[in-house]
Design a protein around this ligand. Sequence first.
Ligand code: 5RP
Length: 235
Amino acid sequence: MSDKADAAKRLAAARALELVRDGMRIGLGTGSTAAHFVALLGAQVGQGLRVIAVPTSERTREQALALSIPLSTLDETPELDLTIDGADEFDPALRLIKGGGAALLREKIVAAASARMIVVTDRSKQVDTLGRFPLPVEVDRFGLESTRRHVARLAADAGCSGTVAPRRAPDGHFLVTDGGHAILDCSFGAIPDPEKLARGLNAIPGVVEHGLFIGLAKAIIVADEQGVEVIGDIA
Ligand code: 5RP
C-alpha cells in the first residue's frame, strides 16, 4: 500500500472518530483502515473516553485488547450504536463489497446489529459498478467443490462471468476464516445486478454469507489527498 493511500485511510478514520460519544457501544471493523480507527479510539480510551466495543475479527480483538479498549460480545451487548468498518469497494448507492480480509461474516453480523454502520475508506475503493474487486463468498468447507459450482451457475444466471476460486492462505492450503469456513473469491469484473446476485447467493446451501453489503452502510467517509468527503447520512 502506498504512503498516500495509508494517509488517506488514517484521515477517514480520524473523521469517523469524531462520531464517537462517551458511553457508546461500538462495532470495530477489520482491515488496515479499521485498524487506524481502532488505534485512534484506543488513544481516546487512554485519555478517559468510555466505550464498549465488539470486534469483527480475532485480529481486531487482539489489537483492541492491546490498547485496553473494553470489549464485549454480541451476546452480552446485542445492540450497538455505531460500527466503523472499511470496504473493498463501494458504489454510488452505498452498496459495498467486503471480505478482502476474510472477516465478512462477523462484519455483516456486527453491522446488522448496529444502529449505524459508517464506512471508512480511501478514494481507490470508489466504483460506478461493483465487481472490480473479487467478491468474497464464505462457504462451509463441507462440499466445497459442489458449492463452488453452484455459486458459479447462480452467478451466470445473475449476469456475472468469471472465475470462482477458493482463497488460499500463504502456506498454500485453503484459507480458513475465524468462523472455520472457506472463502470463494468470485472474479466477475462487474456485477450488473448486486441485489439479484445477493438473493441468489443467500439461497445456496453451503453459502454461509457473502461480501455484498446492501442497505447496511449509512455513510461512507472517503479520503484522498484533497481531504475528506462524506457520502450519505453521517448524522
Ligand atoms: C475485511 C474487510 C475490509 O474492510 C476490507 O478488506 C478493506 O480493507 P482495508 O481497509 O485494509 O483496505 O472487508 O474483511
